[in-house]
Design a protein around this ligand. Structure first.
Ligand code: PEP
Length: 250
């Protein structure tokens, strides 16, 4: 089954508006003849600036998180309605930095997933094991639990708006990449989990990105694997010089 490659940049807590504008312009220019699906996910305060620059291009606008409630007394949170108002089409949920630094659990992440879908956003649901869990032989089980719990209550129709990102925690921002073989094995496993939940056709269609120190030098080998359908890129997404070659891997 052929799936579209989907390359997403997570800018994390980097850049001012002027720096974000410079990067967004360079990405629009660098990717205008790109053949895959692309996303830029800048920080909340940069969304309006970047939205104006990617409008009409082949780059979608994404947010890195959102509140689990639609609106109300939630000091410091950002609502899905506010994101949509800025033109956000996609939200990254369950990133390992949210799970591990900010202690978001599967229940909270699932609430966010369902709210984002109800509001028509595409969701990139991140799953991945820590080094300790991998060394204890639990990588598959951890990814299965995070996938199953993250998607609780998500209908088969809504699944078309879900992208999974497999991001082994030990490979994020560390310079250590999972080997293409190791990554593909977990991708195949997660695809099997989707198959158990939603059937073989849905499993064949779902896009599963890899994330964890993806660079121009390793992107093509990762993408060549049967079950790897794209990348969620952190550090290398901060410069057009590194993101564009990943996004246009060959
Ligand atoms: C990420 O934050 O999603 C990520 C994969 O980061 P990096 O590419 O820097 O490892």
């Amino acid at each position: 089954m052929s799936r579209q490659y989907y390359i997403a940049g997570n800018w994390k807590m980097h850049k001012t508006r002027a720096e974000a504008a410079e990067l967004a312009k360079a990405l629009v220019d660098g990717l205008k003849d790109g053949k895959h699906k692309y996303l830029a996910a800048p920080g909340f305060t940069l969304l309006e600036t970047v939205a104006a620059l990617v409008k009409g291009s082949n780059i979608r606008l994404g947010a890195q998180n959102m509140a689990a409630e639609e609106q109300g007394a939630h000091t410091g949170e950002v609502s899905v309605l506010q994101l949509k108002d800025l033109g956000v089409e996609t939200v990254i949920l369950g990133h390992s930095e949210r799970r591990h630094i900010y202690k978001e659990d599967d229940g909270l992440i699932n609430k966010k997933v369902r709210l984002a879908l109800k509001q028509g956003l595409e969701v990139i649901l991140c799953v991945g094991e820590t080094l300790e869990e991998r060394e204890a032989g639990k990588a598959e089980a951890v990814c299965e639990t995070q996938t199953v719990k993250g998607l609780e209550g998500v209908s088969a129709a809504e699944l078309s708006k879900i992208v999974i990102a497999y991001e082994p925690v030990w490979a994020i921002g560390t310079g250590k990449t999972a080997t293409p073989e190791d990554a593909d094995a977990i991708h195949a496993y997660v695809r099997g989990v989707i198959g158990k939940l939603y059937g073989a056709e849905a499993a064949g269609k779902i896009i599963i990105q890899y994330g964890g120190s993806v660079k121009p030098e390793n992107a093509a080998q990762l993408m060549a694997k049967e079950n790897i359908d794209g990348a969620l890129v952190g550090g290398a997404a901060l410069k057009a010089d590194t993101f564009v070659p990943i996004a246009k891997f060959s």
